[in-house]
Each structure stands twice: as structure tokens, then as C-alpha cells.
Design a protein around this ligand. Structure first.
Ligand code: CO
Length: 314
């Protein structure tokens, strides 16, 4: 079953509705986006497992305006995320459905989307959405006698969040859903330190990247064998490490004394299957300020909202 990506709700005044959700749940929209060709302005609220998309009509001819006239405010559509939006459209056509557009169209939040009419889906407008790759800027960080790439997205004046990837073969593509969640709130820097120094847990490349990008202080997120570089960086530069999130950490290279000297708050995360919980519990014992997240599996979907909340709490 594809993931429920968001719930579209038609509203007369998105601001007032957003204020209501803030009173109910203490969460403000993380993004407001106008999609002119659809005649809507959207407010996005992060509701954990899925998003809420508040839809406000831009003019009388907007499909949302017509919906509001006919049915009033309320549930407008359910959106499901699929890996390949074109293939899904072709498969559904084959199966006798009639998508409302000839091809997937650009939607809000960097998606490509199409809809099925409620008359074919027992009364609920169904959206299928797929993610266009998140646009990243790539800088080249000089290091030693070579260099390595630093990929960035998000507002330059937002708090910096460094994501170390490539440990255990993670790729930018795999990280895409996570970067997408971070991008509205942080200046995200994705670094592939493993390419630079596969077996070297030195914090030097990380420091070089932050210096090159002019980042004084950053949140740091690392996985498995990228964790020692982050811990050493936090130990050596306490003023530059804001909050840490360490997933399936491998910290056997650091002594107990090394770990006790780290002052940055750290979220320790592990999947309940496979990952060595012993390593997590050792960090839990030795780092001064920690929180613990044990996840049902390796799904980034479940982890993303936990990470966002952790870094936003700074
Ligand atoms: Co939608």
C-alpha cells in the first residue's frame, strides 16, 4: 500500500484554519505555497505520519472555490505517494480508470501529481503523488590534496543541519524523503564523508566543510560508522555542535572519557531489529544529555518527524 502522504482540506480562510490547528495541536504550518495553475494557495502542516494540506481558492474559477460552493469546507482529497507516478497512471488507465489529467502535473511541495475522480473511487477524490528529485546546490570543499562535494538546500539563514550520508551505502536518493522534511526549516548540508575517508573517523573533513560553507554552528545527524566523526567534532568543538542525532551509532572507537566530554544533547536512535542496542545504551550512559528513540524498523518515514521535532527543540 502506498503511503498516505497528505490529506487535502478545503477551507475558506487558510490563516484562520491554521490558527485553529495551532490552538488544537500547537503546530503551525511549516510552509505556505501558491500553485497558480491549480488556483490554490496551500498551507502545509506536519501531522507526523502524514501532512495536512489546507487548500484555499485563489479566485472564483478555482476548482477549490467550486468545491466550497457545492460542499462547503472539509475533506477534499487523500494523497498517496508512489515511487513512479507515470507508471502508476499507466497501470490505472489500463485498469479502466480515468485520471483527471493526461499526464502527471507539478503540484505543491515539489510533487508531481494526478487525481482520480470521486465517482470512480466511492466518493473520495484520490491524488497520486511522486517526488521530483529535491534540487540541491553542490559546493566543492577543498580538503588535503583533494576535495569532496557538499550538497545544500533550504534557506541560507535557517539553522544549519548537517546530514552525513554514505555510511552503510546510503545515497542522496535514499535520503531524499528526509531532506524534504528538513528543507523547509533548516539550511541542510548533506556530506559524503565516507567517500573522502572510508575508515577515518576524523572530524577534520566535517570541520573543513563547515568552514568552507561559512557555518559557525550546526545540528549534526549521522548514521553508523559516520558517528565517530560527529562525536569527535562535538568533543573538540563544543561551541560549533548544536544538537546531535545518531542513528544505529557505532562509537566503539571512542573511549568512555571521550564520550563524557561531549556536552551537546544527543538523540540516540536505533531500529528494534538488527541494530546493536548495546552501543546505544553505552552512549546513553556516558553522554550527559540524551534522548532515546527506538524505531519499529529502518523506515525513514517514521524517523523523519522524530528528527524534525528533536532539532526544532533547540
Ligand atoms: Co494534494
Amino acid at each position: 500500500m502506498p503511503r498516505l502522504e497528505h490529506i487535502g482540506i478545503a477551507v475558506r480562510e487558510a490563516k484562520a484554519t491554521a490558527a485553529l490547528y495551532e490552538r488544537l495541536f500547537g503546530v503551525a504550518p511549516y510552509k505556505v505555497e501558491t500553485v497558480a495553475r491549480e488556483g490554490v494557495r496551500t498551507h502545509f502542516i506536519d501531522a507526523g505520519t502524514a501532512k495536512l494540506e489546507l487548500l484555499e481558492a485563489l479566485g472564483k474559477d478555482s476548482p477549490v472555490a467550486k468545491f466550497l460552493d457545492r460542499r462547503g469546507e472539509g475533506l477534499h482529497h487523500l494523497a498517496f505517494e508512489v515511487d513512479d507516478v507515470e507508471a502508476t497512471m499507466a497501470r490505472l488507465r489500463e485498469a479502466g480508470f480515468h485520471p483527471l489529467s493526461d499526464a502527471p502535473r507539478p503540484g505543491a511541495d515539489g510533487k508531481r501529481i494526478f487525481f482520480l475522480h470521486p465517482k470512480e473511487t466511492h466518493g473520495v477524490l484520490v491524488e497520486f503523488c511522486g517526488s521530483a528529485a529535491l534540487p540541491l546546490d553542490t559546493a566543492t570543499v577543498p580538503f588535503g590534496d583533494g576535495s569532496f562535494p557538499a550538497h545544500t538546500c533550504g534557506a541560507p539563514d535557517a539553522p544549519a543541519l548537517v546530514v552525513l550520508f554514505r555510511a552503510s551505502g546510503a545515497s542522496l536518493r535514499l535520503l531524499d524523503p528526509l531532506l524534504r522534511r528538513f528543507e523547509p526549516r533548516f539550511r541542510v548540508v548533506a556530506l559524503d564523508l565516507a567517500a573522502r575517508s572510508p575508515a577515518d573517523p576524523s572530524p577534520a573533513p566535517l570541520r573543513a566543510a563547515l568552514d568552507h560553507l561559512g557555518v559557525a554552528r550546526a545540528h549534526l545527524f549521522a548514521h553508523a560508522e559516520d558517528v565517530p566523526a560527529v562525536l569527535r567534532f562535538a568533543r573538540d568543538h563544543p561551541e560549533r555542535a548544536a544538537r546531535l542525532a545518531l542513528h544505529a551509532p557505532d562509537a566503539s572507537a571512542l573511549s568512555d572519557d571521550d564520550l563524557r566530554r561531549i556536552s551537546a544533547p544527543a538523540l540516540l536512535a536505533a531500529a528494534d531489529t538488527g541494530a546493536p542496542l548495546d552501543a546505544v545504551l553505552r552512549l546513553r550512559r556516558l553522554l550527559p544529555r540524551t534522548a532515546l528513540a527506538v524505531l519499529p524498523d529502518d523506515a525513514l518515514d517514521a524517523f523523519a518527524p522524530v528528527l524534525v521535532r528533536w532539532f526544532m527543540a533547540a
